[in-house]
Structures are given as structure tokens and as C-alpha cells.
Ligand binder design. Sequence first.
Ligand SMILES: [Zn+2]
Length: 415
Amino acid sequence: MNKKLGFVCLLWAIVLISFAQAPAKKAIYIIMDGIPTDIIHRASTPNLDRIIRDGGVFLNSHVGGIRGDYRETPTISANGYAILVTGTWANKNNVWDNSLTAPNYNYPSMFKLYKDAYPDGKIGIFSTWLDNRTKLLGEGLPQTGGIKFDYHFDGLEVDTKNYPHDSKSNYIKRIDAEVAMAAAKCVYKDGPDLSWGYLQYTDDVGHHHGDSPELFNSITFQDALVGLIYDSVKQREEEFGEEWLIVAVTDHGRTPITARHHGGQSDNERNTWMVMNKKDINQYALNYRTAGVDLLPTICGFLDVDIPAETQYELDGISVLKEVDAFGLKASLNGGKFLELSWDVIDKEKDIQAEVLESFTNNIKEGGKDPYQKIADVNVKEGKASIPVKLPKNLGFLKVVLKTPNNTLNYWIQK
Ligand SMILES: [Zn+2]
């Protein structure tokens, strides 16, 4: 090859490489514990406002599962975290209270999915509660494939010598500040690909004082801590040309009027919110109340994490950013001969073909596989279907999956 041709080839190679390299995508979500939707609107939150003003969005959301059916989930803290991190309700993730006695790791966390997809990617957790890493995410356990966090800062609350516990939870306030500073530092210095910040003080103050000036002050305090992390995110974007998704989210609301408690199914306890630095949300998030279970598909979608089909078939949430086709699948058996399905349609004008799958087992719960078979093709815009079915004699369990081009929905029928 002559010199001139070689030079031209080199130039082209540089041009092609620079076009091929999209900015590195990274994500962090921060749980601000137990801040009801009506109260976050009344509180002074200049940093959440700043995220929205910079091109973000405030989304109404909910936890608590589907009220009155098999997915109903207590509005308790650890349940809230489990919902966010696994994209499933308590009937699957098996977190029913804060004791985390037996989380079902067969419904993998977004961290497990991320590490499976990108073994060299870096994950981080910065948390006022040690159990989030060791129990909920199951660090080092065989059931999670021994997942290991590349960066963590947590466990200060068990160090009662340096952080003596007081009845006003001032030690939690101090720990939240240290956790947020560690998160901000790590985000700026190391730029983990996926991380979780957890701040607790607001929930403690809610329990102590309810709807009160103290609660409002604690929210403003915590908002400043989120601001520290957001500053690091902005710095990374500027200096390293990365694209970040930052989400501030709460894990549950609080009881009506007093705002002192939570755990039940009132609207005030179920209704939650998300603030994220992206406003290009999809038609679902634009027009409907989103759900805590949507966080995993949203973050995994943003980070281009390839989710295995068997996990996708179990997800109870859908992305709020990527295109989706349908949500809210319901199923029932009509006389044992027909499967009656209904779902909510995103675009009622568009012809989109979807598949209906069925499985009579729930082996995934124990770590096994469920054999699915296709029983029908449906047009999504119809919003319903009546499908003739052949059921086994002693039907114990029927899992239905609606698989559209852009997302999947599932529903259990249990005898
Ligand atoms: Zn909580």
C-alpha cells in the first residue's frame, strides 16, 4: 500500500471509530425513604427542582402491588426496595417485611442482571442500611452467583460506638450525610456503571413527628444530599462525555392525615414518585401512573442490559423511557374452556401483533425453567382476547404471558 492510500485509510478508520463510540451510559438511583407524594410537593426541594429544570421529569408512581389480588404488597420499606431492585411484587421477590428472611433471588436484581450482561462493569452501593447489600442483594451468596459490589459504603448504623443511637435519629442524619458524600465522591472519582444510594432520615422523622415542620426540614436536608450526588453526575458528564441516568425515588408513602405510619393499602401509602434527569419518557409514563416495579426495566433498558427471556416473562414492570406496547394484563378462565385476557393499550391506532404464551408450572420460583407454549396471536390494539384452551385435569397453576414486540406482561391464575 502506498503512503497516501495508507493515510486515507487511517483517516477513515478514525472517523468510523469516533462514530461507532456512543457515550458510555451509567445509572444511579437514590431512595429517599418514605416521602409521600403530597408532601414532596409541599416541601422545599431545590435540588430535585434543579434535576427537573435541567431537562428531567417528575413522575407519579405507586408501590403496594395490585390492591386486592395476588400481587398486593405491604407498603413497608424493604418491600419498596425489593420492588425497585427486582422489578417484581412481593409474591415473587418474597420480601414481606424488613426482616428479609428469605428474599427469592430467582427473581434477579438489576445488579445481577447488569453483572451477567457486563461482567467487567462496575456496580456500587452507598447505603444507610447494611442489609440492602448483604441480604436484599445477597452479596457473596451462592444463590446470587456470589455477586460482589465493586464499590460500597454502608454499615455505619451497626457501629454504635462511633454512631451512638439516639431517640431523635440524629445518628441517621449524620450517616445519611456521610453516605451521600461517599456516593458523590465515588461517582465522580470512579464512575460506577450502576449504583444505588439509600438515605433513611426522612422515614425516621416521619415516624417521630408525622406531617410536621421537622419532616419538611428533613426532606430539604436530604434533597441537598441528592444534590451532591447530582453535581458529581454533572461533572462526570462534562469531563468524561458520559451519559447518566439519575433517579431519585421513594419506597412508599405514609398514612393519611398524620403521615406517621405506613404498611397499608391507602392511596397515601401506595402513591409514590420518581424524579429523573430524562424527560423523553414514553406514552405510558406520560399518560398513566407508573409503578415502582418499572425502575428495573427502565434502568436495564437505558444501560442496554440484555434481560434473559425467562426473567423478562416474570417482570411486573415496564420501561418508562423505551417504547412499550401494553400494560396491565389480566386473565381469567371462562368455564374452563376459554382464557379471557384483557390489557391496557398504549397506541389504540396501531396494528401490533403479539403472542400469548402459557405455562402450567412455576418452576422459576425454585430456580428451574418453565416450559411455555404459544397458544395464540393477538392484535395489541384490541385490548382483549378470548382464547380456547385445553387445561390439564388437575390444574393447579397457569401462567399467562403476553409478548409484544417491545415488552412482556404476565399474570398468574392459581386454583
Ligand atoms: Zn421506607
